[in-house]
Design a binder for this molecule. Structure first.
Ligand SMILES: [Zn+2]
Length: 378
């Protein structure tokens, strides 16, 4: 059975206390978890989860809740990997016996989700593993743990999830893979959502750019207007360089450039980024009207390499599509991928050495904005 359900329907089920399947489709191999909201955990729900999964039940929480409940990291150092973010295991201090039964674990999980609970309500170590996920959830780190907390929040509940990975019945000892997960969801009448779909949904409904500064920047090509944008939730700061009166945004020359210190700052010949940037700015200056979006990396990502990994230019990440589109929307320029061609697209063939401008892939990474064009995606 091939099923992937809409995020809003999945959130409705979570709000109603039903479990769902979250498929991490970008993982290799794609694996999935039974997920519910920690605030709705009951003995039957946790018993069901334990029966069909590894039984290793984790409770993703945001940093502020981990701090309030005094949940330090499980190990002294965070070395990354799939267990990064795990906090010291806990049991509810009251109302449990062994701590390991489904009813006891449900009780502990509800305490973890209780916004009024204090650190004293938990005994350490225990049988439930809290897991700290970054603020911003899947928009910061697209994984199943972040998805579990996000879905709880989308359901209107405290941002605390429950997840455990589904095991295979066909290949004993292994985790269930994509097709088996879909069959499992169908067999138990559970909705299934992919992490990618959740990212798309949140990008479309929540992603924000805040215009922060605006100033005139004189260059050899003329004076551009530089507008900087702070991006939520990744904290990066992007820049739009515009020239001329953009007016209603029709037939504006639009360019997209990805940060490449090696190419655009140091001028290395290892990639074509500098040529791309110069060509874009020159084209705008020649016409006297246009906009170039200079996208930078999230602040929590490692510095970009000093040798551009792709000679044709730094790759545009999927997330950049939403950012690029939000900047266009702020500038009042129609989205070239929703039916209107821009001058830039028509100019592609005139690029030297076969260079073509980056294209935003916003058809499925739409964010929201006051002047936002209607989405063609979900
Ligand atoms: Zn480069």
């Amino acid at each position: 059975m091939d099923r992937v359900d809409g995020v809003s329907l999945v959130a409705s089920d979570i709000a109603a206390g039903k479990p769902v399947v979250v498929l991490e489709d970008a993982a290799d191999p794609a694996v999935g978890s039974v997920v519910c909201a920690a605030g709705t955990a009951t003995a039957p729900l946790i018993a069901f989860t334990i029966r069909h999964t590894t039984g290793f039940v984790q409770v993703p929480l945001i940093q502020a809740h981990c701090d309030r409940l005094n949940l330090p990291p499980m190990s002294g150092g965070d070395h990354g990997g799939p267990c990064a973010g795990q906090r010291v295991s806990v049991d509810a201090r009251d109302g449990v016996t062994t701590g390991i039964s489904a009813s006891d674990r449900a009780r502990t999980i509800r305490v973890l989700a209780d916004p009024h609970a204090t650190a004293d309500a938990l005994a350490r170590p225990g049988h439930v593993v809290p897991l700290c996920v970054p603020d911003g959830g899947v928009l910061r780190r697209p994984g199943r743990c972040e998805a579990a907390a996000d879905l709880a929040a989308l359901a209107g509940l405290p941002p605390a999830g429950v997840l455990s990975d589904v095991v295979s019945t066909e290949d004993r000892g292994e985790l269930a893979r994509r097709d088996e997960l879909r069959a499992f969801a169908g067999r138990h009448d559970m909705r299934l959502v992919t992490v990618t779909d959740l990212v798309r949904y949140r990008r479309r409904t929540e992603a924000r750019l805040i215009r922060s500064t605006e100033e005139a920047v004189p260059t050899q090509l003329g004076t551009f207007r530089a507008i900087s944008y702070d991006s939520w939730p990744d904290g990066s700061r992007h820049v739009a360089l515009t020239m001329g009166n953009l007016g209603d945004g029709q037939h504006v020359s639009v360019w997209l450039h990805h940060e490449c210190p090696a190419g655009t700052v140091l001028g290395t010949l290892g990639c074509l980024c500098r040529q791309r940037l110069d060509a874009g700015l020159t084209a705008i200056a020649t016409k006297g009207r246009g906009a170039l979006r200079y996208l930078r990396r999230p602040t929590d990502e490692p510095d970009p390499p000093l040798t551009c990994p792709n000679r044709k230019g730094c790759q545009t990440e999927p997330r950049d599509g939403a950012t690029a589109a939000l900047i266009l929307a702020d500038l009042g320029i129609p989205d070239p991928l929703v039916g209107r061609r821009t001058v830039a697209e028509e100019e592609d063939t005139s690029w030297p050495h076969g260079i073509r401008p980056h294209r935003s892939t916003i058809s499925t990474w739409l964010g929201s904005g006051r002047r936002w064009p209607r989405s063609r995606a979900e």
